[in-house]
Structures are given as C-alpha cells and as structure tokens.
Design a protein around this ligand. Structure first.
Ligand code: AHM
Ligand code: MG
Length: 342
C-alpha cells in the first residue's frame, strides 16, 4: 500500500530557531522565545499594513473600524503590539523604542528577565500613504545590570555586544530577516497558513555588487569626501566600475535590497541642520541591528570614520552617519572621508 509522504523541507521559523538553539546545549530557550514573539508581532503588524489604505475608510464614521476597534495610526499600533507581546513574559529587563522618549519599563506586576529589546516599530512610516514598504527593526542584548528593573546602562550598549538582531519588511510579501551570530536567515510569510517559512538560507552579500543607495537630493549639503565618494561609485574618481542607483527612502527596504543584490547604503552627515551634524538614522535601534545583519552576511558597517558597532552610545536616541554594504565599498567611503574631510 502506498504511504503518504509529507515533505520535510518546509522549515518554519520556530523549527529553525529551535534548531539553532540545539548548537548551545546550555541555552535556556529564552532568546528563542523572544525571537518567536517578535515574529508573532511581525505577523500582526503585517496584517494591518496590508489594510493601511482601508483603515481610514472603514474607520471614518465615529473613528471605529468594522471590528469596533478604534482606528489607530499604524506606527502606534506596531509600538503597542511589540510592547504587549513582551511586557509580561519575564524574558526582558527593559525595552526602548523610537516611539518612546524614555526607557520602557516592564510593568511592576510582571517579572523582569535577562534580555533587553530595542526596536523601531515601524520605520519609514511616512511612506505608508504612498504604498511604499515599511519595516520593523529589532536588536536584542543581554542585560548588564544584575536584577530588578532594567537601567539606561542596559540599553546604552555598543553594537558589538548585540546578541541577535534583524528586521521585518512589509513589502510585496512580508519577510523576517535575522541573525543570532551564525549567519543571516530570511523567512517569508505565507499568508495562507500564517507562518514564516525559511526562504533565504545563509544570506551572503553578492559580489560584484549592483547598487549604491543614498538620498542624492541632499548632495549640495555633503562634504567634499562624500561628493567624491559618490562620483567614485558612479565610475569616476579613478573607479574601475560603476554602480546603478536605487533609493526607496525606507531604510528596511533599502537595506534588504543591498543585502540581496550587493552594494552600499549610506546616510551621511550633512550640513542641512548645523544643530544635527550626525546624519538622520538612530544608532541604537536602526543602525546597530542593520550593521549586525550586514556584517553577518560578509559585509561591513562604518560611521565613515571607523566600525559602527564600536561606537559608545551616550543617548537613547542618538543619531549616526552610516555606511553599510560590501566591505570594499564601505572601506572606500572611509578612505575618501579621511582624505578629503580631514
Ligand atoms: P523614520 O524613523 O522617521 O521613519 O525615518 C527613517 C527613515 C528611513 O527609513 C530612511 O532611510 C530615511 O528615513 C529616509 O530619509 P530621507 O527622507 O531624508 O532620505
Ligand atoms: Mg525609524
């Protein structure tokens, strides 16, 4: 009698994370659970972002949608979803987010745990009105304080201390990409079964790279080094090849493409606002987790003056110039900056 064969090459995110954990017999499984909660948050946020244009229509009368829920801005929804999935689990000491000015403490009635979660719940949310992809970025650290409520010291850790990091991109499909220090893995959400399935195994930045990615509209505010570096990417300044330009203006998508196609994404410091000489992107919950992903995929992340993940954070929301991508392209940026910007 014929037996039914069930295909074994479908790997859910849960199976994958558990498999990774097996390499560490002493692991308690806490990190696995934190990652799994982030994947769950990603699914919930994805189901809202795909309905983004409908929220206003359905909620227009009386500010309530068809389920009787209050219509919320998507970034607030994303913030609350991640917080509520993680506030009571006993796995986290403290959280911090782009959406909250101060540390996000675990409510007193719940226990604290050994990890710290930093996140940008919905990066690029200004793009939602134009149906452009947005994303969630996350970074996980071990707490450094001994016990009790987490502290600022737990959150202000260098990127080199990161334990796991990645992003969820809400694009033409929803993907979760993460690394826990053993390569970069990508999972695509199958909406028909509501599961993230392994679709991109051990991602490496391709070489030769295809694109450079920067907001060239700000060129007149750039330093001489950045201007010349960009011309080098375009095939001038003694370059032996030229790259094509892609810029979405949604960091998660721009990094995702850089990861899969090869190239460099940069958001340099500029002179638009003399009070903000450090670029736009935030060190703790935007730059560092993306830097970890890029480096785990064989690339390099720099401030333009040295390794990004060596920067000592001083402030929860501090900004940093950044260059992420294929190592030779990022090192070239450092060369141009050192030579022309002193
Ligand atoms: P946000 O955190 O307020 O959403 O801003 C971050 C976004 C990034 O996704 C993107 O890389 C950058 O802002 C684009 O900025 P610009 O419009 O200056 O090019
Ligand atoms: Mg952001």
């Amino acid at each position: 009698m014929a037996t039914t064969r069930v295909t074994s090459n479908v790997i859910t995110i849960e199976r994958h994370i558990l498999h990774e954990q097996e390499a560490f017999p002493d692991a308690s499984g806490t990190l696995t659970q934190v990652l799994y909660d982030i994947a769950l948050a990603g699914k919930l946020i994805a189901s809202r972002t795909t309905r983004a244009g409908l929220a206003d229509i359905l909620g227009a009368a009386g500010q309530e949608n068809v389920q009787g829920e209050e219509v919320q801005k998507l970034d607030l929804y994303a913030q609350q979803t991640i917080f509520q999935l993680n506030d009571h689990t006993g796995r986290l000491a403290v959280m911090a987010s782009e959406e909250e000015q101060d540390l996000i403490h675990i409510p007193e009635q719940y226990p604290t745990g050994k990890y710290v979660l930093l996140f940008d719940p919905l990066d690029g949310s200004s793009n939602i009105d134009f149906n452009v992809s947005v994303g969630t970025i996350f970074a996980i650290y071990r707490r450094v304080s001994a016990s009790g409520p987490g502290t600022l010291e737990d959150v202000l850790q260098k990127g080199s201390e990161i334990v796991a990091g990645g992003y969820v991109v809400y694009g033409s499909s929803t993907m979760l990409v993460y690394t826990a220090g053993h390569g970069v893995y990508g999972f695509t959400l199958d909406p028909s079964i509501g599961e993230f399935l392994l679709s991109h195994e051990n991602i490496r930045l391709p070489d030769p790279p295809m694109y450079y990615s920067v907001n060239q509209g700000y060129e007149k505010y750039w330093t001489e080094g950045i201007k010349r570096y960009t011309r080098w990417l375009q095939g001038e300044e003694g370059a032996s090849r030229s790259l094509s330009l892609r810029y979405i203006g949604s960091m998660v998508s721009d990094i995702h493409r850089t990861l899969l196609a090869g190239g460099v994404f940069y958001y340099p410091a500029d002179t638009r606002d003399p009070k903000k000489p450090h670029g736009k992107l935030r060190l703790l919950y935007e730059a560092n987790p993306m830097a970890y992903v890029i480096e785990q995929a064989g690339g390099y992340a720099s401030t333009g003056r040295g390794p990004l993940r060596d920067v000592e954070p001083l402030d929860l929301h501090q900004r940093t110039p950044l260059f992420l991508g294929n190592r030779d392209l990022v090192e070239k940026a450092e060369e141009f900056i050192a030579k022309h910007d002193g």
